[in-house]
Every structure is written in structure tokens, then in C-alpha cells.
Design a protein around this ligand. Sequence first.
Ligand code: AMP
Length: 628
Amino acid sequence: MSTFQELGLNEDLLNAITDLGFVKPSEVQEKAIPLLLEEDKDLVALAQTGTGKTAAFGFPMLQKIDIDSRTTQGLILSPTRELCLQITNELKNYGKYCKGLNVVAIYGGSSISDQARAVKRGAQIIVATPGRMKDMISRRMVDISKIQYSVLDEADEMLNMGFYEDITDILSHTPEDKSTWLFSATMPKEVSTIAKKFMYDPTEITVGNKNESTSNVSHEYYLVNARDRYQALKRLADANPDIFSVIFCRTKRDTQKVAENLIEDGYSAGALHGDLSQNQRDLVMKSFRNNQIQMLVATDVAARGIDVDDITHVINYQLPDEIETYTHRSGRTGRAGKTGVSMVIVSKSEVRKIKSIERIIKKQFEKKDIPSGTDIVEVQLMSLANKIHTTETNHEIDKHLDSINELFADTDKDELIKKFFSVEFNRFFNYYQKSKDLSVVESRGDRDGGRDYGKQSNDTRYFINVGSKDGFDWMKLKDFLKEQLELGRDDVFKVDVKESFSFFNTEKALQEKVLAFFTDFKYEGRFVNVEVSENRGGGRSGGRSRGRNDRRSGASGNRRRDDKRERRSNDRRSSGGSGNRSDRRGRRSDDSRTSDRSDRKFNDSRGDRRPESSSTGSDRPRRSRRRD
Ligand code: AMP
């Protein structure tokens, strides 16, 4: 292991390193710095955020540029304003003893003329987001025709965000013979393309394996019913009283909603997403950096560039659409030599994605159960005990001690402790004492891509007497069922639409609700009949139309039974359905009584009633603001 001196850095930089308290170079610094100092060449470095990559390109750039010149010699492109500002700050810190150094940040959402003025004063290094940079080039506010070093930082993120054309346009204004240093956490095809197109025989260095998660992060997943997702999140937070976390959601709407629910439930949470103004985002980030917010709920795009070093947990409230994004999410924790945990809350229909992620990050996930109410109560109690133990005594209380002692004269020590703890602790105890178990048993095959529809299956398959003739395809039927039954997005699955009837699955726990709901339900004037099917649903998943495999796998007995059902269903159709309904239920159906209710149900908008999982009732334990 080398020291910073041995890497060949000059006195000014070494003094700054001492001030910063960096003891030894990180892996990426050890690999990149000597290489970049020694000769002017192109570099592709595969390194996650948090590995010290800013210094890996920053030190060599600071040492190589001519500080006595006012010409712009270095250009660093980064995906977000936040990252742009962070890099600028870091460079200013690294170059604090480089007299005359001027590093200027260029990014959208701030005065373009102020930035142009700062550049005019003579910026040896410009750190920019691609959009604003392109804009300033076209307005001739910057001159990058003489740069010698260009850095593409978080190249994968920039390309993900659609900056390919901006980057190529910007680079076309730079000299051919400059050196280009590309840093990326992952190496998708697009990044290789950029490397091939704009770099000459680059040296490649890798910190860890490509796309691999850092060794400081452990990965856990929690299998829950989709409707319990929010409750599960709260339990994970409650089981980790000192959590300081980023919670990732897929959409801006979910991000806002989860943050609002958490705040309403007394957690110190904040939302970070693209629908907020820059000012609002800055405020949230400031509170997060100052540890005033314990749970930052964010979208992937907004979270780019969050470089906060002491994040203890990343929680994937929902998995990202692009599995590769998981590497970026989990990289927000376990930074600067610290350890971190990346947790994933998954429903059964998503659990197979865990295996794909394991392949990408080359790490195993640990399957864990959502902590039970009893676990949480114990953790919270011990956390409170520790907090009391380490609290500095406030001697202002001394003068009241006699009165307090008098009040408790007859209370022994144990009783006093119990009373004292109960003040803070009862809300957790009351909330969790009747709480149910949220963990779902994983069946064999769930993780391997297919559900286990064998005897141990935890699902119920239903027959329903509507099909394509009624205007349904699998997606419409799934939406219809979800809406009517007020279920979550993953609660209805394996929807299989035939001409005049269909099948679908739910978790067994929902069976009673589903059957009860369809007892008296009419759709377009016709009774809808739902029964439990013996057909387990064949081998396919999702809901696209059933193919050959399905016919092959369906037991012939089941098929005959379902064919019979189809005939019955057609009979019902021609007779208006009620006759058959009364047969099935063994009682007379009363159209005039049921039609009102059914029609109302069908027209109900989902927004009127909250699903069970998103209730924000006042029975929750209110958390005191922490990190105060
Ligand atoms: P980066 O990957 O550049 O975002 O760096 C992550 C964090 O690590 C930043 O806060 C840096 O200041 C810090 N850092 C960079 N290099 C070192 C080092 N050699 N020793 C300790 N911390 C470092």
C-alpha cells in the first residue's frame, strides 16, 4: 500500500491532504493517480461513487494544469447539479494551497450570466452539467477549445439521463489531443461505445468487479404482501432506531406519498424528486446533510449525486425498473470506508428479480423476516435505555430533586424505572402489541423465476365468467379486479383471459375477500361469477395470453371441468345469469335488491377509499424527532 507521497503528489496537494485527514490513498486513487501523473493518456475507471474517485482525477488534474494561466484547461462533466457542486467543492479543498486556482461550477437553475462572469475571470477548471455547458458553448460564454483534460464523471448516469448527444456535442468543441478520463460505476454498452468513440487506447482500471457492489454493503431482502409494503418500511425503520437512510421509490408520486405518510406518522422524513423546485430540493438536501432528516425518500434521478458519507441504510421501497440501477442505489451507503445495509422490500411477483440482481452485483442477498412487533419493542426499549445511560445529567433538575423524591418516596427502584420508561415506551408497546406478522413465506421457485403452484402454493386461482367477449384483455381485467377489490399492483397475477371466461390468482389470504366481493356483483347488467378454480395456472407468469405450454401443463381433468364452466357461463350469459346464480348459491337472486349495490361498486372511484395499507390513522406510535 502506497502513501500519498509515493503516488507523486506535490507539496501543495500533500498539505491539503493532511488538512483533510486522508491517511492513505483509496484503491482507485492508488491505481489512477500515478498513471495520470506519469503520462497524458486516456483512462476508463470503473469505480463506484464513494470510493474516492473525485480525488483520483482531481489530484492529477490540479497538479498538471498551469495555475499561472487563466485559460480553461480542465473540464469535468457530471450528471447532476448536486454532484457538480460537490466536485467543485472537493477540488477547491484539494487545491486550497494552489495559489490562483479558480474552479467554476456551471449548472442549470442558477444565473447563467453570473456563471459566465465567473468563467471570464479565468477558470482553469470548469465543472459542468451537460445541458448548461452546451447552452453556454452555443452562446459563446465559455471557451473549451484549449482544454487538455476532460473528465466524464458517472458516465453511466449521464447516459442514462439522455445526455449522449450533449456530451458528443460538447466534446466536439474540445481539442483532439486532450486526455479523457472516464469514470463510471457500471459498464453498460453505451459507456463502452463512448469510450471507443472518444478515447484513444484507454487504460482500464477497475475497483472491485465491474458493476459489483462495494464489499462494505450487505444486501437483505424482505418478502411481504404488496399491500403491506408501507407497514414493512415503518417496521424496518423502527427496528433500526439510529437509521439514516435513503428510501428509493419508482415514481415521483410514490416518493411524495411515502414521505408524506412517514411525516404524518411522526418520522423525520423528506421527499426528493423532480417535481420539487430547485430551492425545495436544496432545503431537503441541507436538512439531510445536517442529519435533521433521518429518512430521505427519493427517486433514482433526484438521488443522483447524493454524496453523504454516513448513510446507514438504503431501502428499496420498490425495485428499480432497470435492475442495473440497484448498484447505484446500494452505492449510496457503505461509503468512505463505512459499512452499510441495502434492504429490498419485495412482493412475491418481484422476488425473482433478486436473483438477477445477485448476478449483477456478484453478491448474495440474505432473506430476512420483517421484524415482529415484539422484536421492535425490545430494540426500542434497549435504544431508549442506552440513550438515557449516555445522556449528560442536567443539574438544573437538582433544585427540584427534593420535591420529586417526595413524590416517589413509596416507589422502589424497579417500579420507578418501569414507570420512567413507560412514558416514552408505551406508544410503541401499544402500537405493536397486536401487530400481525408481515413476512411472507417464500415458496420454492419464487426466486427462480416461476411461482410454485404445487401443493404448497400460497395462492388461490379463480375462475371468473367474463372474458375477451366482454372487452377484457389480461391487462384490463387485472386493472378491473385491482380497482374493484381495492388491491395493490401485485395482488392480482396470472391473469388469463379466454373468450367468455378468465382465470386469475391472488394470495390465499385474499380468497375470502374476493369471493365475498363477487357474491352480488353485476357488470354491464350481468352477474359476475367468481369461483375457486382447480386449475393451478400452468407454467406461465405475468398475464399475456396463454400459449401452448399452458395447454400442455393443464391437467385434463381440470380442463374438462373448466370447459364445463365455459358452457355454464355461456348459458348464464344467455339467461341473464341470475338463474345460474341462484342455483349456485342455493338461494334466489333478487335483482332489484342487488343491482344498486353492484352498480355503485363498479362506478366507485378508488380514490374515495384508502387501501388498508396506506391508512394514516392516529393509532400509530408518533416518533419524536431525532438527531436533535
Ligand atoms: P468520492 O468517491 O470522490 O465521492 O469520495 C467519497 C468521500 O471519500 C469524500 O467525502 C471524500 O472526501 C472522501 N475521501 C476521498 N479520498 C479519501 C481517502 N484517501 N481517505 C479518506 N477519505 C477519502
